[in-house]
Ligand binder design. Structure first.
Ligand code: MCA
Ligand code: AMP
Length: 495
């Protein structure tokens, strides 16, 4: 067995710049040295962390990559934490994953210090590297567990998706091949790094290829437009909400300035959209404005990317293309029969080396999520003229907002803890910018009153910003069916 290819390839990239911020540049060599140092620090007297879960909190940048690689090189499983998570969400991730240590950058450490104390988990604050120890690091079998990502779904608490090193490698290789990643690519990274989109599609693919990443602590359209105007990037990956925000920002520019920025977009060799449906209107407006045809693709935390419009060939608005290399896709009709004809809807099921094989500590849910070794995505699609088109999700309780997957049940569970709220139902309400926004219908306790702003403030310490309700309806009673179950389509009609 040999070192994982991600690291042996980095050795070949050597002095090339892996990560550049506005003030600093870091080479592949520095990333290898610093992550090796961290690995020794994490190992102490041990020879292998043997899949111990190490959670970490770091903004996009060299430190993030150092920590991720350091944990991997020591044989640990990374649990990247959400920077904007509320404390109960962090506590849940640490407890559920049975994290044995948290690593944080100096600026992020205050966010987790008291929680680590409460849970009796050691906190390691990243510092300047010591000299390398020289003892060999563990050689990892690719089938070993590498990463746990928390994903919301049809359960009230998020589930930990376990990905192996082999899964990660297959996901990277599939995208590198399909989108023809190049060693001289330059890409901005402003997506959150506790999800696949930022972690695999941007960070890991770029580092695999020896490309250069420009990290940002958060997305800001004017900063990005300035860098685009300077021709800083060759590849760009974002969620639909970001393209909507960029269209607004571009349209607000004066003509000459817009022309210069548009030229920067025009010069890129690839612009990708995913994580949520890209409205055909946004696709077309983007092409009219910049001349770029966005490449839309479809993926999921459990499987990486599965379907993509082609790099060469027709990029069809409203469609997600065909299966990526190494990925098998089939559609299963509600009747239980395999869909064999075009224009017939079915659930997307996926098989291949990119697909995870377990939800952390949730054996029953894992088993139920597969049908004959095919992962059941819960998304419906049809094939039209050779391309898949996503029709929606099987569950109304899954909301996609700004590219984040949210569980209506998780939000309802928090709202029900509110002293003014007797009953509630949460749905995703269609929105031009966010895809969907969180909307809550509530029945109040006798004599109580509630406003959206105060509800958001009251829930802020329990939910991340993007999960807070954006719409509120106060109702006398929730619409229910004959079985007493809340009818969510009727809730949707309330907004
Ligand atoms: C923030 N705001 C919202 C939402 N989020 N309003 C409605 N719905 C939301 N979801 C509001 C805030 O309340 C605030 O309003 C204002 O927008 C700015 O908030 P901020 O948090 O600063 O937002 P932002 O930084 O502008 O965030 C927008 C964003 C972000 C950049 C689009 O949501 C984002 O990074 N999304 C990407 C998520 C992602 O990477 N998903 C991939 C998952 P006010 O000022 O009034 O308070 S992986 C996946 O899905 C699979 C594998 C796949 O296929 O990729
Ligand atoms: P996540 O669990 O955060 O990985 O989100 C995965 C979900 O995002 C999928 O199950 C889809 O519902 C949705 N999704 C991702 N890409 C697309 C797309 N291009 N069009 C529509 N939905 C998408």
């Amino acid at each position: 067995m040999q070192e994982l290819p991600l690291f042996s390839r980095a050795r070949r990239h050597g002095e090339k710049i892996a990560i550049r911020s506005s003030t600093k540049k870091f080479s592949y060599k520095e990333l290898l040295t610093n992550s090796e140092n961290l690995a020794y620090q994490l190992l102490g007297d041990k020879v292998d962390l043997s899949e111990a879960r190490i959670a970490f909190l770091a903004p996009a940048g060299f430190d993030y990559a150092t920590i991720q690689w350091g944990i991997w090189r020591a044989g640990g499983v990374v649990v990247p934490l959400c920077l904007s998570a509320a404390e109960p969400e962090l506590e849940y991730a640490l407890s559920d994953s049975e994290t044995s240590m948290v690593v944080a950058t100096k600026n992020q450490s205050a966010k987790v210090a008291s929680l680590c104390q409460k849970l009796d988990i050691p906190l390691l604050v990243l510092k300047e590297p010591d000299a390398v120890s020289g003892k060999p690091l563990p050689i990892l079998n690719p089938s070993r567990r590498a990463m746990i990502l928390y994903t919301s779904g049809t359960t009230s608490k998020p589930k930990g998706v376990v990905l192996s090193h082999a899964n990660i490698q297959a996901q990277i290789e599939s995208l590198v091949e399909a989108w023809e990643w190049q060693t001289n690519d330059r890409i901005p990274l402003f997506l959150p790094l506790h999800h696949i989109h930022g972690i695999i599609n941007v960070l890991s693919c770029a580092l695999w290829m020896g490309a250069t990443i420009e990290p940002f602590s958060k997305f800001d359209s004017s900063t990005i437009l300035t860098r685009v105007k300077e021709d800083a990037y060759t590849v760009f990956m974002a969620v639909p909400t970001i393209y909507v925000k960029l269209i607004e920002a571009l349209e607000a520019l004066v003509k000459e300035e817009r022309k210069a920025v548009v030229q920067g977009f025009r010069n890129m060799r690839l612009m990708v959209s995913g994580s949520a449906a890209l409205p055909a209107s946004v696709h077309k407006t983007w092409t009219q404005l910049t001349g770029q045809k966005l490449l839309e693709r479809y993926g999921m935390t459990e499987i990486g990317m599965a379907l993509s419009n082609p790099f060469h060939g027709e990029r069809r608005p409203g469609a997600v293309g065909i299966p990526l290399p190494k990925v098998e896709v089939r559609l299963m009709a509600e009747s239980g029969d395999l869909v064999t004809d075009e224009n017939e809807p079915g659930e997307i099921q996926v098989r291949g080396p990119c697909v995870f094989n377990q939800y952390w500590k949730r054996h029953k849910i894992t088993t139920e999520s597969f049908q004959d070794n095919w992962f059941r995505t819960g998304d419906m699609a049809v094939i039209e003229n050779g391309y898949y088109r996503i029709m929606g999700r099987l569950s109304v309780d899954i909301i996609k907002s700004g590219g984040y997957k949210l569980s209506a049940l998780e939000i309802e569970a928090v709202l029900l803890q509110h002293p003014m709220i007797k009953e509630c139902a949460v749905i995703g309400h269609l929105d031009d910018t966010w895809g969907e926004v969180v909307a809550a219908a509530v029945v109040l306790e006798e004599g109580a009153s509630l406003h959206l702003d105060s509800l958001r403030d009251d829930c802020r310490d329990k939910l991340s910003n993007y999960k807070l309700p954006k719409k509120l309806r106060i109702v006398e009673s929730l619409p229910r069916n004959a079985m007493g179950k809340v009818t969510k389509p009727a809730i949707k009609n309330l907004f």
